[in-house]
Design a protein around this ligand. Structure first.
Ligand code: UDP
Ligand code: MG
Length: 332
């Protein structure tokens, strides 16, 4: 932010809140946030609510906040684009020295912001909140999430922060770095890890949602997980290649065995079941490999269309971003 006059510049931080149908919890969240922010008087805070196409009263609630509170800004996307793109839209419009990304449902306790800001002022550039426990989440969700992190870490050289969501403070350097990633297949967690910079974890207990329902069911989470892997690494392509190679070798050995067996002992034309088994197995392997290739081809297709990542419906921001959601027009 530009500062004039000879008073020393106060650090500025944006609180970025993606929201989608959060009317049940917004007032509670806003009150709690205000309470926390009051305890950090040496920083100038602004709030940026990104409304991700809510179909309930979320946006009008935030507009009401803005009437009495000049710190409150909102950016309403033209429809629901998903949390990843809502975050991108927010990042594109942050003009402060740092940003704190936080969910609206109070699962990310605003009280941690003070600690994040402290660490930032000590020189850390990406202060992320790591879950010590996940109360209110099912055993299955915890187990699948653990397994997922392990698989992801084993296929990439980039260091993955396990048990970490989007709740974090990012400084200007991280923001500028993230702004250069205009890919349309977005996975924020992958990008946060990829950019590097001086990272520091703080531990917290994740509470159950204060009100309202989670927007992520298993189907959405599975898709997010696949996106995470394919946006990180092409390892699955290689795995299917290796697997094909392995199967070919086994098939070749089996071929030799059958031929030699037939030469020595004659052929009794039996073996229909084993033949069927091999054909079905190979068919399955081929279909799977095609599927993996298809995933990446699909991604190339989406990427080459070069569509905007989001569209803005309305906003009370005083400044326009130097780029909209369009990949090619990012001014970098
Ligand atoms: N969210 C969003 N767009 C979506 C889905 C969710 O902006 O399409 C927001 C949501 O309002 C919340 C945050 O992302 O502030 C996390 O969503 P949620 O609490 O449903 O996810 P969970 O905590 O269950 O992973
Ligand atoms: Mg939540």
């Amino acid at each position: 932010m530009a500062h004039t006059g000879d008073t020393p510049a106060r650090p500025t931080v944006t609180i970025l809140v993606p929201m989608f149908n959060e009317e049940a919890v917004l007032q509670l969240f806003y009150d709690e946030l205000n309470r926390v922010i009051e305890q950090i008087p040496h920083i100038d805070f602004v709030y940026l609510f990104v409304d991700d196409g809510s179909r309930d009263a979320s946006l009008s609630i935030v507009k009401n906040f803005a009437v009495n509170d000049a710190r409150v800004h909102y950016l309403a996307l033209s429809r629901n684009f998903g949390k990843e793109r809502a975050l991108l839209a927010g990042f594109d419009h942050v003009v402060t020295d740092a940003v704190v990304v936080i969910d609206a449902d109070l699962q990310d306790p605003p009280a941690l912001i003070a600690e994040m800001v402290d660490l930032w002022q000590q020189g850390y550039q990406d202060v992320y909140a790591q879950r010590r426990s996940r109360r209110g989440e099912t055993w299955l969700k915890r187990a699948t999430s653990n397994a997922y992190y392990r698989v992801l870490q084993s296929v990439t050289r980039v260091e993955i922060q396990a048990n970490t969501g989007d709740f974090r403070l990012l400084d200007r350097a991280c923001l500028d770095a993230l702004a250069r990633f205009r890919e349309s297949e977005r996975n924020m967690k992958a990008l946060f890890s990829w950019i590097g910079f001086k990272k520091q974890a703080i531990l917290f207990d994740r509470e159950p949602r204060a009100a309202g329902k989670s927007k992520f069911n298993y189907w959405r989470l599975t898709n997010l997980a696949v996106d995470g892997i394919t946006s990180f690494t092409t390892a699955p392509l290689r795995v299917s290649g290796f697997f094909g190679f392995l199967v070919s070798i086994v098939a070749f050995v089996y071929l030799l065995v059958t031929v030699i067996h037939a030469l020595l002992f004659g052929s009794d034309a039996a073996g229909y079941p084993s033949l069927m088994a091999v054909i079905l197995f190979l068919g399955g392997v081929q279909l799977m490999s095609l599927g993996v290739i298809g995933e990446y081809v699909g991604r190339i297709f989406n990427e080459t269309k070069d569509r905007p990542n989001y569209l803005i419906g309305e906003s009370n921001l005083p400044h326009e971003a130097d780029h909209d959601g369009t990949p090619g027009r990012n001014g970098h």
